[in-house]
Design a protein around this ligand. Sequence first.
Ligand code: NDP
Ligand code: 2IT
Length: 450
Amino acid sequence: MTYIHDTITKLQKTSPAQAEFYQAVEEVLDSLQPILETSEKYQLHSIIERMIEPERQIMFRVPWVDDQGKVQVNKGYRIEFNSALGPYKGGLRFHPSVNAGIIKFLGFEQIFKNALTGLPIGGGKGGANFDPKGKSDGEIMRFCQSFINELYRHIGPTTDVPAGDIGVGAREIGYMFGQYKRLTGNYDGVFTGKSLLWGGSLVRKEATGYGCVYFAQYMLEAKGDILAGKRCLVSGAGNVAIYTIEKLYQLGAIPVSCSDSSGTIYHEAGVNLDTLKELKEVRKVRLNEYVTAHPDAKFIPVADYPADGNAVWRLPAELAFPCATQNELSEADAKALVANGCIGVSEGANMPSTQDAVEVFLDAKIHYGPGKAANAGGVATSQLEMAQNASMQRWSFEEVDEKLKVIMKNIFISASETAAEFGEPHNLVLGANIAGFRKVADAMIEQGVV
Ligand code: NDP
Ligand code: 2IT
């Protein structure tokens, strides 16, 4: 405990004002206690001290011209956190809330998540405090081009391979790839999440959501339960939420909610996937329009949310899939979920539950799949895209989906076996953190002091 406290205090001095980063580090260190106490080699090699310091942090100005001819300036980031297992790999987030602490927490999580996939990828993350909402297509393109005018020199198919995250999908990846190609002359697999027309992989778009549902299925099946027939709460209405909902339907479950930053939709009969895709993938409008097409659904605006949490988690259901953003599920939300009969949580988003909320789930001994295990299907399928690009092959939807299932199953097995090894069989937070950590730490030791 003193060790964790001292490490966080030191971080607060060397990397001030990065609350989300301290939160992510504290959770991992808490899980690692049993292994750090018994294994001197990690202390001798200062593995923790090295792991919490990114190998490289790039911050840059992103100037661009808006449709009115005014010059706008944003702050761009790429944090190349750890390359022990492979080239830096992780998404880019474009959202006004982005700052160094958020990108660092995401990059830190990515190290362990990528290790858990068993694939040769290191951890990185990037983005900008750019708000894509309300921007024209031309503005998005000019922003992406300016972002790459700086970032291009730091990335490459064997060095650092970005992908999407909040606010970055196939359109943005297209503009960034185009500018990278123009600057370098290279047509290579430097991005994942590319369009299917020019190098993208089938299933990448669906992979995070599908993988998160497969993970829930494996957690339930391990205890002799099934997903079919379960009522499910989903938050978010973006890439991860939409394909979580799609896979829930395919496996016979009933998703009854979704949300965006304006509010929550509760549709007891089941969220209509076609309407959701039309609103969010095609028209890109707010979620309140959903009730126009479905008057039997209810829209709860953010103004009506409880003071201590998020309306979506106060609805009755058996499973919960947080798929929007970090810290979107509070301790009070977690208690409400458990009280309402929720028996499992599988996290599509990165660190969506606060530390206190996680404690509630672990104490209640419900199924709890932490983000770095449950949402690893996205980055895993990104690596499958890299493999196809490097070998100039194209695999079928079924082939990629099958590989995704196997990867998710192996992550579940690895996290649960490690949890059992350390005497807490139901604690997949402990299991995922230790299993991921061991791979990275042992690789770092073998590669010397770098
Ligand atoms: P999208 O941009 O496609 O969608 C994000 C969704 O979350 C939107 O509905 C958005 O609402 C909502 N949201 C975002 N920020 C907030 C906020 N501060 N408050 C309330 N709602 C918010 O992103 P993704 O679906 O790709 O990402 C969702 C989560 O999944 C993130 O945590 C991301 O890191 C994680 N993730 C994504 C992966 C991927 O492959 N894309 C892989 C693994 C994890 P609105 O549009 O109103 O802002
Ligand atoms: O958080 C994540 O794992 C992602 N946003 C996907 C990263 C990737 O490289 O596909």
